[in-house]
Design a protein around this ligand. Structure first.
Ligand code: AMP
Length: 407
């Protein structure tokens, strides 16, 4: 690059799953999204790439076998090149990777070296579904642009500030430490972004406010954030703990697992599948999409109504718990697919909590918008907010800041 070349300001964000890759290309000069897309069913005959250029041009869809992550990223690169946004561009500053589990070692975004890869690999036993896919995504991106900084942004990083009394399970300390068993928390980029945006909405610095963030998507988690610092979160060693989710049970008596093994004769893998994939809303009523559940409730479906009530009951318990953890709460922020869109969930979650200063204004709650907004009445002591999350922007922002700092 010569001194007349512009400073590279584009960041490609990759979120690699076991059979999918989600991607976004952003220009951090103005935080603009240039293209977004998704490759799914990698390794199957029916793979699909959906690419949406945001600089002009139509959404494109490609179907047909895509053998592996390397082929997927090559196909993505070709689609980007058609819009003049090829990954060989000198304008690309970094590739930011969402990495689910960073353990305790990574409390900040990190430029990926072989030592960093070894540590992500070492964490596979505590994130067997996620970290291997993240590793594959990183290796593929490295082979595509070996000259470029690859930055890992960890889902666990924001939660590494949790005090030990919140992070440690009450089990034998030696056993826990030998196997790195503790509460790590997930969705950290979302909790970090939303807690900061909530402070902005209140016209304050993050250090001045205490926020309960409710990230309610297909996966769901709550966090207690004091002055911009996470002090507790509902997910634990894995994303299974905490709230009722789309397909995960969240909290349950661990003895349920012994019971399923000893009395129901289920294997460890079967129980894992039951609790992660066939529980939560889908286990309770057969649907995990909140839109469908609300539609069924409106038609008088009692199973759907009970699933909704169980979901809300758990959510309310976490609001109460984190209120007590924080002592003083300035805002409760709803985010992600359910939190941003399902007004009945927001209304039910704070119903009856007026004594805690929490209330929702019916009219404000019914407004549909992509903007961060308050939905509490003026008299309420605690602000209730809807704050759309943007994990990709947060990953790109963190990755870009890191490479700009020359770290
Ligand atoms: P996420 O994991 O954040 O993408 O959230 C996905 C979930 O959001 C879906 O499973 C739905 O339950 C929920 N969702 C999305 N749109 C709506 C909507 N308009 N109303 C209610 N729930 C919604």
């Amino acid at each position: 690059m010569t001194s007349t070349d512009p400073t590279p300001s584009r960041v490609l964000v990759l979120n690699s799953g076991s059979s999918s890759v989600k991607y976004q290309l952003l220009d951090m000069a103005d935080s603009a999204r240039l293209a977004v897309g998704l490759v799914e069913r990698i390794g199957e005959e029916t793979s699909r790439l959906v690419h949406t250029p945001l600089t002009g041009g139509d959404k494109r869809e490609l179907t047909g076998p895509i053998a592996d992550h390397a082929a997927a990223l090559k196909a993505v690169s070709e689609e980007l090149a058609k819009d003049g946004l090829g990954l060989d561009s000198p304008e690309l500053a970094a590739i930011g990777h969402r990495v689910v589990h960073g353990g305790l070692k990574f409390s900040a975004p990190t430029v990926i070296t072989e030592e960093v890869m070894a540590e992500i690999e070492r964490l596979v036993p505590v994130a067997p579904l996620h970290n291997p896919a993240n590793i594959t995504g990183i290796r593929t991106a490295q082979s595509l642009r070996p000259d470029l900084p690859q930055v890992a942004v960890f889902d666990t990083a924001f939660h590494t500030t949790m005090p030990e009394h919140a992070a440690r399970y009450a089990i034998d300390v030696e056993t826990a430490d030998a196997h790195r068993i503790r509460r790590y928390g997930f969705h950290g980029t979302s909790h970090a972004y939303v807690s900061r945006e909530t402070a902005k909405l209140l016209g304050k610095d993050p250090s001045e406010v205490n926020v309960i963030v409710l990230h309610l998507g297909n996966g769901a988690s709550a966090s207690a954030v004091r002055g911009g610092v996470c002090v507790d979160t509902s997910m634990g060693l894995t994303p299974l703990e905490g709230l009722v989710m789309g397909t995960r049970s969240g909290d349950l008596d661990p003895a349920v697992i012994f019971h399923l093994e000893r009395v129901a004769g289920m294997s460890t893998d079967e129980i894992d599948t039951l609790l992660n994939k066939k529980s939560g809303l889908v286990g309770l009523c057969g649907d995990n999409d909140m839109r469908e559940i609300r539609r069924r409730i409106d038609e008088g479906d009692r199973r759907a109504a009970l699933a909704f009530d169980i979901y809300i009951h758990r959510l309310k318990k976490y609001i109460g718990a984190y209120y007590a953890v924080l002592g003083k709460v300035d805002a409760v922020a709803f985010t992600a697919g359910v939190g941003e869109n399902a007004a009945p969930v927001r209304e039910a979650a704070v119903l009856g909590l007026e004594e805690l200063g929490l209330a929702v204004d019916g009219e404000l709650n019914a407004v549909r918008s992509d903007a961060p907004r308050l939905i509490s009445p003026e008299y309420a002591r605690v602000a209730v907010a809807v704050v759309p999350t943007d994990e990709e922007l947060e990953i790109a922002t963190q990755a870009y800041a890191l490479v700009r700092s020359g770290a």
